[in-house]
Design a protein around this ligand. Sequence first.
Ligand SMILES: Cc1cc2nc3c(=O)[nH]c(=O)nc-3n(C[C@H](O)[C@H](O)[C@H](O)COP(=O)(O)OP(=O)(O)OC[C@H]3O[C@@H](n4cnc5c(N)ncnc54)[C@H](O)[C@@H]3O)c2cc1C
Length: 498
Amino acid sequence: MRKVNIIGSGVAGLSTGCYLQMNGYETQIFEAHNLPGGVCTAWKRKGYTIDNCIHWLVGSSPSDSFYRLWNELVDMKSRKFVDSEEWMRVETPDGRYMRVFTDIDRLEQEMLEKSPSDERLIRSFTGAARRFIGFHLPVEKAPELFGPMDGLKMILGLLPFMLPLRKWVGISMQQYADKCRDPLLKRTFESMFTPKTNVLFVLMTIVWMHKKSAGFPIGGSLEFARQIEKRYLELGGKINYRSRVAKISVKNDAATGIVLASGEEHASDIVVSAADGHSTIFDMLDGRYIDAKTKSYYDSYETFPSYLLVSFGVARKLDDYPREAIVFPEKPLTTDRIPKYEGVMIRVFSFDPTMAPVGKTVITVWVLTREYEYWDNLKRTAPEQYEAEKNKIAEAVLELLEKRFGDVRSKVEMTDVCTPATFMRYTSNWKGSFEGWLWTPKIGLGGLRKTLPGLGNFYMAGHWVQPGGGLPTALKSGRDLAQIICKKDKKKFTTSGF
Ligand SMILES: Cc1cc2nc3c(=O)[nH]c(=O)nc-3n(C[C@H](O)[C@H](O)[C@H](O)COP(=O)(O)OP(=O)(O)OC[C@H]3O[C@@H](n4cnc5c(N)ncnc54)[C@H](O)[C@@H]3O)c2cc1C
């Protein structure tokens, strides 16, 4: 039986492991942390659960092709998902607000009512979203294995969407927002994900929500990741937690195993890194195997930003508030020298009763920042000042919540501040990026290879090889990789499911 060592038990590592186990490989995962899921995680404080990750899970209902793939890893019928009428509400300081409905007709109506002077832009946006309702991503086969017939089939399937795909992947949300006359609509477009993301990414998200196939799994992110861990273990996989990989062993330009930070060595026939891309290429492999394209990504392409997550457990119910609101504080909450993302996201977790004791609520405030170095340095060099900065930001957020909801301060039972330093310590993601490479117009419809030039028996999976990141991407990159490995070993790729 061929042995495979997998680095990282995020969703990509677990997915790779599950599919390789289904195909008769002997795999084990080495994970630096003591939990599965990677960034798809949560933590408990004083009886409250702080959910770090999932806002929406593409493939949560059978209307999307990803559902079948998830069902190979998680018994989807046993999971409860909640969909939302509103994706988010964008509220500007002048008291105006835009409800970003998940139903495209309602969204169009809301935008036209609130920003009639931008009718042309609105209709173009919602018209494009409607057009993509019939679009289905071909998910079954790894694109790397496409033969001429697969290519032809894909082109024919994509033909009606080719022009809109090219058009919308080539414009960023910021560029689209800049065309708006109404500042509220401008803020809304800027706030749908991050301003530099291409419009196609946002349109597809709206379409998935419209089709009610982008729900939130009750129980949250860690609970969902634990389901995949369970499946992996049942398939015979082994996970070594608290096992940070320091080096990938190489002999005659082929990977032969891994070396842990403790010095322990583990040989294998194949090594897969589903961990952070930068540390894989530049630390574990000392930058010896890299081509011009991959290098250009690490030299000049944009990553998703990092973030602060400020959370409160409050002894009161907050049922009547939107699930996600983007608000613009009078003073920026971050220490960013150039505050790019002035809006912060307030999430009220009333929609999931498992997150807080009865009658109580978790509120999280997500503040995007690129100041990962500042937080990391502060934590390492001035721990007292780091704690003081955390307290300062918690206080500023609490003031914001008090103004918004009233009667919060006296009800706070739990406060938690996660900084980019926390996120990097637990997930090792480069620059504290929450989702790998930003899917910008510059990247277009391209991506990175799962291999490195000149290095045999080695592969990569996860959000550092698939721009745009996300959970379905992590799942599919692991599945695609298992197909690629099977093909190389002349094995028929098979799957099983629930
Ligand atoms: C705040 C937030 C919100 C998000 N919201 C959504 C959403 O709503 N929907 C969606 O689809 N996606 C969302 N995402 C993105 C999505 O969760 C990620 O893109 C995806 O989970 C990435 O999985 P991965 O396995 O590629 O990487 P990771 O989750 O980063 O996993 C990598 C694993 O490798 C481990 N590791 C790293 N270095 C080493 C080492 N040297 N040795 C051993 N182990 C190592 C890490 O500890 C980690 O467990 C969100 C992410 C965040 C952070």
